[in-house]
Each structure stands twice: as structure tokens, then as C-alpha cells.
Design a protein around this ligand. Structure first.
Ligand code: ADP
Ligand code: ZN
Length: 274
């Protein structure tokens, strides 16, 4: 069993009495069942009491939603990490790429307008993406927080997001450009449940078959090498500037995205703790 912790605790002491959201502490925190270890903390009784008494001055912190942006170039692993983080933080994973692809499959008006940009590796016009994301953020499940993956991608989108919601953290995943190409071109996705695999680093149990739903895996049209290179260039020109935008606001956490999925995940949790 691990200790419950909120994102504020990830940053401060594991016994921050101001904080009691039901999230889990990553490895390395004192074990919960080690009663003596907990009681040896200074002011243990006072801290315990504080946690139990609803306090009007701290209630807003306790119930604070977690609103995260995952920034980073195509192939940095945003989607994979977003799924894991969303599960841990118990908030929805909102991927504009997934939302757009669903519209393409359903042949909606938005899907038809977006498709040619997506296939070419360029960006879907701001007004379309902003409207789609604004609608999604208004859904009930996003009230408790969210993980945004793939939005914002331009300064105009970042400004629009400022009007839609406060943001607590921005995690920027970065990687060497050649590694990005390898990551994207080796990717296989499930057209049915949107699970993501990689031929080398995260293969499915049966080649070409989704572990979760048994559908045949496919390569995304825009994961072909020439399109991947255009997507990376588009990222550098349009999205990279957002790093500074959030750095100036003190929200940015840079995380090196090379290594195993679990290793990078732990680095993200570590970054959120500071
Ligand atoms: P990746 O992050 O690996 O490039 P995504 O699945 O996030 O892939 O996005 C796929 C495509 O969807 C992008 O290349 C782009 O055309 C479109 N797209 C997704 N999010 C946005 C956005 N916020 N603004 C404009 N276009 C977007
Ligand atoms: Zn599947």
C-alpha cells in the first residue's frame, strides 16, 4: 500500500497537512504501514488532527483540480505518458489528435476540414481546434482536472486556453530530433481503442494485434517518415515558442523523454514534485 498524496504533496513534504487528495505517492516515500516511521515525524499528532478536521481555509486546496498540459514534439511520447498520468491523477486524458481522428472516422464536417491538414503533417486551423477543445473542456469530467495532450500548439491556442481555464503545470517532453523520427515511424496504433504501441520499445503481445481489444494494428498515415519530418518542423516553428510562454509564467517543467516508458514516467512525477 502506498500513501495518499496530492500534487502539492508531490512538491512539498509527504506529510503536508494542508493537502489530502486521494492520489498516490511514487516509490521512495515512507511506507504507510510503517506506523513508527510516521509517528516519528515531528508534530505527528497535530498533523493527523489537522488532516481530519475540515478547515475552511484549506478546503479549496484539498479540492483543487489538477490541470496539466503535456507539451512536446511528435514522437516524444506525450500520448503514452498522458494515459498513465490520467489514470494516476484520476482526470480525463484529452488528446486533440484523438478527437480530430474520431471526427475524421465519423466523417463529420470538422473531420472533413481537418483531414487534409493532418495527412500533410501541418496544423488544423486554430478556430476549429479551439472550438473543439473548448467544448470538450466544458464536459463534466473535466471539472476535476485534465491532461491536455496536443493542445495548445500555437500561441493563439495558448491565449484561447487562458480564457477557458487555469493551468497548474506544463510538462515539456524533449528528445533528440532523430530519436523523434525513429519513435514515430515505429509506432502502431489501434484504430478501435486508440491504444499506442511501438515495434521496438512497446510491442503488443501478439504481433500486429491490440492487447486490449484484439483489433488489427495500423500505422497512422502521418507516421510515414516524410510526413513525420514535416510534423517536427511544424512543431519547431509553431509550438516550440510555447515553452517560453509557460516558462515566463513559472509553469514549465522540462523532462528528458529518452529511455523506457516507466523511467520517463517516473521523471515526470519527480518534476511535478518540485
Ligand atoms: P503528434 O503529437 O504525435 O503529432 P497528434 O495525434 O497529437 O500527433 O496530432 C496529429 C495531427 O492532428 C497533427 O499533426 C495536426 O494536424 C492535428 N492536430 C492535433 N492537435 C492539434 C492542435 N492543437 N492544433 C492544430 N492541429 C492539431
Ligand atoms: Zn485496441
Amino acid at each position: 500500500m502506498r500513501n495518499p498524496v496530492c500534487i502539492k504533496q508531490l512538491r512539498n513534504s509527504p506529510y503536508d497537512p494542508m493537502c489530502a487528495r486521494g492520489l498516490q505517492v511514487p516509490a521512495g516515500r515512507p511506507a504507510k504501514n510503517s506506523v513508527q516511521q510516521v509517528r516519528a515525524q515531528p508534530n505527528w499528532a497535530l498533523r493527523t488532527l489537522w488532516r481530519k478536521v475540515p478547515n475552511p481555509f484549506t478546503r479549496h486546496i484539498v479540492s483543487r483540480p489538477m490541470r496539466l498540459i503535456l507539451l512536446g514534439p511528435p514522437g516524444a511520447g506525450k500520448g503514452t505518458q498522458a494515459v498513465k498520468l490520467a489514470e494516476k491523477l484520476n482526470v480525463p486524458h484529452i488528446s486533440t489528435g484523438d478527437l480530430l481522428r474520431r471526427n475524421v472516422v465519423k466523417k463529420t464536417k470538422l473531420g472533413q476540414q481537418a483531414q487534409r491538414h493532418m495527412v500533410a503533417g501541418t496544423l488544423v486551423p486554430d478556430d476549429l481546434v479551439i472550438e473543439m477543445t473548448a467544448k470538450r473542456l466544458k464536459e463534466k469530467d473535466a471539472r476535476k482536472g485534465f491532461i491536455l495532450d496536443g493542445f495548445p500548439r500555437t500561441l493563439a491556442q495558448a491565449k484561447a486556453l487562458d480564457d477557458l481555464s487555469d493551468i497548474d503545470e506544463v510538462v515539456n517532453l524533449f528528445l533528440d530530433p532523430e530519436d523523434l523520427v525513429k519513435r514515430s515511424t515505429g509506432r502502431a496504433v489501434c484504430p478501435n481503442c486508440e491504444a499506442v504501441y511501438h515495434v521496438l520499445t512497446n510491442p503488443p503481445k501478439r504481433k500486429g494485434v491490440c492487447d486490449k481489444c484484439g483489433s488489427a494494428l495500423i500505422q497512422r498515415e502521418d507516421d510515414k517518415e516524410e510526413v513525420v519530418r514535416i510534423r517536427i518542423k511544424t512543431y519547431e516553428e509553431r509550438t516550440e515558442p510555447l515553452r517560453m510562454y509557460y516558462k515566463e509564467r513559472g509553469l514549465l517543467r522540462d523532462v528528458y523523454a529518452s529511455g523506457h516508458i516507466e523511467e520517463i514516467y517516473q521523471r515526470i512525477l519527480e518534476a511535478l514534485r518540485h
